[in-house]
Design a protein around this ligand. Structure first.
Ligand SMILES: [Zn+2]
Length: 175
């Protein structure tokens, strides 16, 4: 028996989107992959999440076509890391929408705000769909976060692993 109702086939796109992003762990796992923390142990440590819950959310994000599995060997053991598919990269606007709404409508502890830096024009603005200065859409390759969880360190999202650069590095590693 399913744990909850699935809205994956609902006619309403808000319902279908909520089916994927309507879970705090799924959204926070996605945030970690965007900032380059894309290995199981790293995500578990950062989020303080139970292994079974993390396995479940990663599996759901893979099934939803947002993350892809990228096997690698560490210490002679096979392990998995997770990269963003094109649908995953497209979820940047979802994370910015959630963050923008929260900054407008919820209290920030100690007034700590998140700023999004656009490398096209070099200015920073509140999280949103478009850069407030040059009007361009925030893209992975041109976006950095000045994030309350990493004070004093600007996080370039261009370093996030995507399916394209995972395949490119696999190709270049071939003999
Ligand atoms: Zn800009």
């Amino acid at each position: 028996m399913p744990l909850r109702t699935s809205w994956a086939k609902d006619a309403c796109p808000i319902a279908r989107g909520a089916d994927v992003f309507g879970d705090p762990w799924a959204v926070l796992v996605l945030r970690e992959v965007f900032i380059g923390n894309n290995r199981f142990d790293g995500i578990r440590t950062q989020l303080g999440i139970a292994e079974s819950v993390l396995s479940n959310r990663l599996r759901r994000l893979v099934e939803a076509g947002i993350l892809c599995l990228e096997p690698y060997i560490s210490g002679g053991r096979p392990r998995n890391k997770y990269c963003l598919t094109s649908a995953g990269v497209d979820a940047l606007s979802v994370l910015h929408a959630i963050a923008g709404w929260a900054q407008r409508n919820t209290a920030a502890p100690e007034g700590k705000l998140m700023r999004v830096i656009c490398s096209l024009c070099g200015t920073d603005s509140a999280p949103g769909f478009l850069c407030a200065s040059c009007g361009e859409q925030f893209e992975l390759s041109t976006t950095s976060w000045d994030h309350p969880n990493a004070p004093g360190r600007v996080i370039s999202l261009g370093k996030a692993e995507t399916i394209e650069n995972a395949e490119a590095s696999r190709f270049s590693a071939a003999p």
